[in-house]
Design a protein around this ligand. Structure first.
Ligand code: ADP
Ligand code: MG
Length: 415
């Protein structure tokens, strides 16, 4: 539905600028004209086709649950909460609108700002700690599986000054007649002194704007990101950029979430963050989210994805993905290779079918950190052990979010 800046929706929300979009929606920064409630909100306006409406209705029910179950839980504040929900009518039909706590850029923007070098370990620890706390709330109190933990769904908390700056910037650009990319999110969040950014703002806007504008979450988006990384393969990835260790984050986008006892789809998660049991069709539960957090932690620390499978078809991408998991974990237990509806397509007698053993090169996380990312062995050992507890092939043995919160690596302080 056409939305323009300056529109007032529900006689309450004045549209200031676009914040982002996804498969199901566009998200707008709005000023709340009422005295009650937060001054600014992110308004998610969902598409009107029946399929999208059904998905939005589920998302609203899930958000309703997270908003009400236990606001006193420590993880409550690490979930982006719904403020209000209402319906908008357009010539296309009825659109669900969800107003949410307003947040800043996502962790993907942070990774981009680091030029995919990764961020300071102290900040990674702080981010992962908060993600785990949020998940503890979702899992243990709300009985919800997020199913789509990845950098773009973890949003950074910002203050009112930042939001005002965002709005002011929009006005400046429109006065200058600049044609903004659809997803423009400020690059001012980390000042140039604070980060190792050397690009000028003019340079960043079209490059990252194009990058997002032409792509929806999914394959196309990720192939673009891979290209971006390949273009930068000459860069020294060993120096993490500086980022404030006081960063605060929240988990966003319950658009793909489900109830532990009521799944909406057998296929979940964005490819690179997809748990082994999901690939094998072996059913899934809370542990699938913990696998994704392992992938997320590695990516934040190194700037590169832990698993980045290639393949033009679902089948070939699955084979590549299983090879990468095999190489990184040093194998997959035979009993796991015999679970799920899909295992016979990929495994025979505990080994990857059609993949000669000579083609697999075991390269465990600890060694990858030391050899590729130049970590000190003493730092790599506890981090690799933390990651291994999450990227554990057997979901029954994988750390739960509460257990992961007590991991030695997470509790150590070098801030
Ligand atoms: P979809 O379910 O359609 O994928 P998301 O909930 O992921 O939609 O939102 C799409 C984009 O909108 C996000 O990637 C982010 O850039 C932006 N966004 C979503 N929620 C917020 C929020 N609460 N505050 C700020 N930006 C948001
Ligand atoms: Mg999304």
């Amino acid at each position: 539905m056409p939305i323009n800046t300056g529109d007032v929706l529900k006689n309450q929300y004045k549209v200031c600028r676009k914040l982002g979009w996804g498969h199901f929606s566009t998200v707008w920064l709005c000023k709340n004209l009422y005295k009650n409630g937060p001054k600014y909100v992110a308004l998610k306006i969902c598409k009107s086709a029946p399929m999208f409406t059904a998905v939005a209705n589920d998302e609203i029910r899930l958000l309703q649950e997270t908003r009400t179950v236990n606001p006193n839980h420590v993880g409550y504040k690490n979930i982006v909460q719904m403020v209000d929900t209402f319906k908008l009518i357009s010539e296309n039909g009825v659109h669900n609108a969800i107003s949410l706590e307003i947040m800043g850029p996502s962790l993907l923007h942070l990774l981009m700002q680091s030029d995919f070098r990764g961020i300071q370990v102290a900040a990674v620890r702080r981010i992962i700690f908060q993600v785990l706390r949020g998940l503890t709330y979702l899992h243990e109190e709300c009985h919800i599986i997020h199913t789509d933990i990845k950098p773009e769904n973890i949003l950074i908390k910002v203050d009112e000054n930042y939001i005002k700056k965002l709005i002011g910037q929009m006005e400046r650009f429109s006065e200058m007649g600049v044609d903004l990319p659809r997803s423009y999110v400020s690059s001012e969040f980390w000042t140039k002194q604070e980060s190792s950014l050397h690009d000028s703002e003019e340079d960043i806007i079209p490059r990252f704007g194009e990058h997002r504008a032409s792509s929806y979450p999914g394959n196309m988006y990720f192939s673009e990101m891979t290209n971006y990384r390949e273009r930068h393969s000459q860069t020294d990835f060993s120096t993490p950029m500086w980022v404030s260790p006081n960063i605060e984050i929240k988990i966003a986008d319950l658009g793909n979430a489900c109830w532990v006892d009521h799944h909406f789809s057998p296929e979940i998660q964005t490819r690179q963050y997809r748990a082994l049991e999901v690939i094998l069709g072996a059913g899934y539960s809370y542990p699938a989210d913990l696998w994704s957090i392992g992938c997320l932690a590695f990516e934040l620390a190194t700037g590169e994805m832990l698993f980045s499978p290639k393949g033009s078809s679902e089948h070939s991408a699955n084979i590549d993905h299983l090879c990468l998991i095999w190489e990184t974990l040093g194998g997959i237990p035979k009993y796991i290779t015999e679970t799920g509806t899909e295992f016979k397509k990929y495994f025979a007698n505990g080994h990857l079918k059609d993949v000669p053993a000579d083609n697999l090169r075991i390269w465990k996380i600890e060694d990858v950190l030391v050899e590729k990312y130049k970590w000190k062995r003493l730092d790599a050992i506890p981090f690799a052990s933390f990651l291994s507890s999450l990227v554990e092939p057997d979901p029954a043995l994988r750390a739960t979010s509460s257990q992961a919160l007590n991991n030695e690596w997470l509790l150590s302080t070098d801030i």
